[in-house]
Design a binder for this molecule. Structure first.
Ligand code: ADP
Length: 489
């Protein structure tokens, strides 16, 4: 591929590249999923631990509160005795105050100084006359911190308050470990996802790039370019469609080139003959009148050939352009009669007898002129490529939904290996004979194009007794009309 074609494509900025877009969207989805997985389980398990801790600490506080309550009043000695009897378990601090908030017992006290408990939970717990339960649990710096406060009641009056605090780094470590593990797993997953998404999107964009470079090659005129097909996805379908298109373009291009070269060659032959004849006349002084007339006749014959060739080329171009000709119901029987009327003198010259058998109702939708061309060419060939005293049979009949016309002759026949090629433009089995008979090698290709254009088929075969048979099948007019009516919504 040339540099010029490459430069026709704008360089795509990195953030606009499909590869980056694909990779980024995969990553975003995965990152969101991982983010959710990293927060929800941790929060849920923290919540469970919070509840368990608050409940267990509250029940411990309630045991202490009811034990002290049995004393009837809150005194340092009384509380100390109660505390000696109770097992504090995992509790880090126990504090008991009298109703005015003066600390009477503190498991973490370092001095014996009287002091007031300035603890928010405790003051809330001892508000009013009946008091409330207060419990708070937090998870901070890898540890659970739980504090609860309960009022101590005696005969419905507040006699003090109890405050418990627990610091648990063990369970905190479990949660922190879980958090770290989840983060490590997520990072690994994200890395793998990044790698996979990059690989996937690179494969995809690489395959797209292959199609683009093939399109470039095609634009440069290389119709042999094909996209390698891998996989069975949409991109594989795109490659298949592209390859199918280039194959058709290649065929069309080859046909066009062959046609141009064949047509030039065919036009060159009569032109060269005319040039030779005119040169001969110009160069020979004192040419006698008879020779001169002979030369001029030959020039006329070559000019006629040119007219025939160009006329047929024009007819073919018309078919190629698929110009919409006005169609109408055409009775093939009538067309055969017209063609036979024109061809009888030619047949008579070679003493060839023509036997038509025409069934009623062989009506097709087409243009009468084009059908005339088809049947004229086929019958003319059956006469041209026949021997003196030969025979031509023409049969027109209906079969199912088709009109079938058979043109049979007992002439020279067409060798088996030539039969598939005789519909090609300019193809002639015996060039000399065709030339002699005024042929151009274009007749059958016009016939085939016309028949196919009107939805029909044409077949060629050898007659077992010698000679050739052509079978033309065209959809019957009535059937076609009926079908069209049925197809109408
Ligand atoms: P042409 O103008 O040479 O007749 P056509 O396209 O009509 O061109 O036919 C192509 C070739 O097919 C002819 O040159 C001839 O060799 C062969 N051909 C066509 N029809 C017959 C036939 N009925 N019998 C034998 N050969 C035939």
């Amino acid at each position: 591929m040339g540099e010029a074609s490459k430069s026709n494509h704008k360089r795509i900025p990195i953030w606009r590249r499909l590869q980056v877009k694909f990779a980024f969207s995969y990553l975003l989805i995965i990152a969101l999923a991982l983010g959710f997985l990293n927060t929800y389980p941790i929060l849920a398990s923290q919540d469970l631990v919070f509840k368990a801790k608050q409940n267990s600490l509250l029940s411990s506080a309630s045991v202490i509160s009811s034990s002290i309550s049995m004393l009837g009043e809150v005194t340092s000695d009384g509380v100390a005795q109660v505390m000696d009897m109770l097992d504090e378990g995992a509790v880090s601090r126990v504090m008991v105050t009298n109703p005015s908030g003066l600390v009477v017992y503190d498991s973490q006290a370092t001095t014996d100084h009287k002091r007031y408990a300035l603890i928010q939970e405790l003051s809330i717990a001892m508000q009013g006359t009946t008091g409330n339960d207060v419990s708070v649990c937090t998870y901070r710096d890898g540890a659970f911190r739980t504090s609860v406060a309960l009022p101590i009641m005696y005969r419905n009056s507040l006699i003090g308050g109890v405050y418990l605090y627990e610091y648990d780094a063990e369970q905190g470590a479990i949660i922190t470990g879980l958090q770290h593990n989840l983060l490590r797993i997520s990072a690994a997953l994200l890395g793998v996802a990044l790698l996979i998404s990059m690989l996937l999107s690179r494969t995809m964009t690489r395959r797209i790039s292959t199609v683009i470079s093939s399109i470039d090659e095609l634009r440069e005129g290389d119709y042999s370019t094909r996209v390698p097909i891998s996989g069975k996805d949409e991109l594989a379908n795109l490659a298949l469609a592209f390859n199918d298109m280039t194959e058709r373009m290649q065929t069309t291009d080859e046909m066009r080139k062959r046609f141009v070269s064949d047509a030039s060659h065919e036009l060159k032959t009569p032109l060269a003959a005319i040039k030779l004849l005119t040169d001969s006349i110009a160069m020979s002084d004192g040419m006698d009148a008879d020779t001169m007339r002979e030369f001029v006749d030959d020039i006329g014959t070559e000019a006629d050939r040119l007219v025939r060739i160009t006329g047929k080329l024009l007819a073919l171009t018309k078919m190629d352009n698929a110009a919409v000709t006005k169609t109408e119901p055409v009775d093939l029987g009538d067309v055969i009669c017209d063609a036979l009327h024109m061809l009888t003198p030619l047949a008579d010259q070679k003493h060839i007898s023509i036997q038509p058998t025409i069934e009623q109702g062989c009506v097709v939708r087409s243009s009468p002129d084009e059908m005339y061309q088809v049947l004229f060419n086929l019958v003319e060939n059956a006469i041209k490529y026949n021997s003196e005293g030969g025979k031509v049979w023409i049969r027109a009949r209906t079969s199912d939904e088709h009109a079938v016309v058979t043109i049979e002759d007992n002439g020279i026949g067409i060798p088996k290996e030539d039969r598939p090629k005789i519909f090609d433009r300019f193809y002639r089995v015996d060039k000399a004979r065709s030339r002699e008979a005024g042929g151009t090698g274009l007749g059958l290709s016009i016939v085939k194009d016309t028949v196919v254009h009107y939805g029909g088929t044409i077949l060629v075969d050898a007659r077992p007794e010698g000679g050739t048979v052509f079978i033309v099948t065209l959809p019957l007019f009535e059937q076609k009309e009926k079908q069209e009516k049925e197809d109408e919504p």
